[in-house]
Design a protein. Structure first.
Ligand code: ADP
Ligand code: ZN
Length: 432
């Protein structure tokens, strides 16, 4: 059984004791890596710098660039022969980074994922179709090992090949899927093409949506189309991958497994911690990792701690749905805009289909934003008047959210190229 009651409902004071113990062990381990060994020496840091949890603030942050600069082995903290697995990030914001695991690390990670899936309702009797890329990307093997711990029957479908996904789902009566949200929407258009209704023609009752930011509206839309419950799954390769934070049946924020990760939320400008409840950048320290422990890793993901206790009884704090990455932010005519703001509005408008793309151009000194918006198949009749009404509505709604007036190009359903990985939301043609 993967409801680890005594860990998941542990009292705060006891959890903090556990964290402090594990943090000390982690500092002891990190010291052995080339990178932290050097940094600790320079800054005269060590286990003795740590009396209480807050002392973590004496230690420096770790950035994605630090990992890139110490490629490939600069962060490993055990002899190389102890490593059994390498994974990598997707490279969404530049060169991918790599992470290494010992056999224990894989066991801990699998256990965290088993907890997540169990929490959302998956059981041994389920048929689990993992529609994420297997290989270096963490979403494939990560979930696979977790599902195996629960004992479910796994269909390691991997990503893409939509028609085969649907056939597998139907032939083997899949009950749980793991899917990238933008791909779930794309897949729904393939169901339509095949004249199938996912609500009636499949048995899926639970979906894990992860790997990319998505709005509550997008989740609702996916739940509506498929008739299943969709749970938000957050993670990043630097903190193993999926299994960092996950929604419970309340579907209101994601419990972050604090026995394995020490959480801070900081103001990305001042780098100072913000109080619980306030939005900022999520920073995490691994508490159990052996192969490649990381201290105060800056995720660049924006969220906040939900301070209220959760009615499910778990005491690990929740983080709110990720609003976006600090480096996703677009600055247009001096206004800061996140692609998620656009998604949120678009998903509310009936007539809008399953995909969109923001294109930025510069004409002279003027920045221009065009949003290509796919129309809903049911709505797409080609009738000019109806299209003009929809276009105007989208302009108005977006203007109210982002305060500038974008140009809207309505395009045919399923016409914006969609790969099998994370959605590309922005193309920036502006020159610096
Ligand atoms: P990369 O950083 O290159 O995309 P990863 O594959 O490790 O590599 O992806 C981790 C990132 O994906 C996170 O830092 C976050 O920005 C995003 N992400 C993952 N899951 C979610 C989620 N449920 N909601 C929002 N963003 C997510
Ligand atoms: Zn809960």
């Amino acid at each position: 059984m993967y409801w680890e009651k005594n860990v998941e409902t542990i009292k705060r004071a006891k959890l903090e004791d556990l964290q402090l113990g594990r943090l000390k062990e982690t500092i002891g381990r990190t010291k052995k890596s080339y990178y932290y060994g050097k940094v600790f020496k320079e800054k005269k840091l060590g286990i003795s710098s740590l009396r209480k949890l807050k002392d973590i603030q004496k230690f420096p942050f770790t950035n994605k660039d630090d990992l890139r600069e110490h490629w490939p082995y600069g962060f490993i903290a055990v002899p190389k022969e102890e490593l059994v697995r390498m994974h990598s990030s997707s490279g969404t914001t530049g060169r991918a980074t790599v992470v290494f695991h010992t056999i224990n690390d894989i066991a801990v990670w699998s256990n965290l994922l088993a907890r997540c899936m169990y929490m959302a309702g998956m059981r041994k009797s389920d048929v689990f179709q993992n529609m994420m890329t297997y290989g270096l990307f963490t979403g494939g093997l990560g979930f696979h090992y977790g599902a195996e711990k629960i004992g479910a029957l796994i269909i390691p479908a991997g990503a893409g090949n939509s028609k085969r996904q649907i056939q597998l789902m139907r032939d083997f009566e899949t009950t749980v899927v793991h899917v990238i949200p933008s791909y779930a929407l794309h897949l729904s258009t393939v169901f339509e093409e095949l004249k199938l209704d996912p609500r009636k023609d499949t048995k899926v009752k639970i979906a894990f949506l992860g790997a990319e930011p998505h709005t509550e509206k997008m989740r609702k839309k996916i739940e509506e189309i498929y008739g299943y419950k969709a749970f938000n799954s957050y993670g990043l390769s630097e903190m193993n991958g999926p299994g960092v934070a996950f929604e419970c049946p309340e579907q209101n924020g994601m419990h972050i497994w604090e026995d394995s990760f020490l959480v801070e939320i900081i103001d990305p400008k001042t780098l100072q911690p913000v109080p619980d409840g306030e939005e900022g950048e999520l920073v995490m320290t691994t508490l159990q990792r052996e192969g490649m422990p990381l201290l105060r890793y800056r995720t660049k993901d924006l969220t906040r701690i939900i301070p209220e206790p959760c009615s499910c009884g778990r005491t690990h704090r929740r983080i709110e749905r990720i609003k976006g990455r600090t480096d996703d932010m677009l600055i247009l005519k001096g206004v800061n805009i996140y692609p998620m703001q656009i998604e949120k509005k678009l998903m509310e408008i009936s007539g809008v289909g399953t995909n969109f793309l923001i294109v930025l151009d510069r004409e002279g000194f003027n920045d221009l934003m065009t949003v290509k918006v796919e129309m809903d198949k049911k709505y797409f009749s080609g009738e000019m008047k109806q299209m003009e009404t929809l276009r105007k509505k989208i302009v108005e709604e977006l203007k109210s959210e982002i305060l500038i007036t974008p140009k809207i190009d309505l395009v045919e359903p399923d016409s914006i190229p969609k790969g099998e990985g994370k959605a590309v939301r922005v193309i920036d043609n502006r020159k610096d």
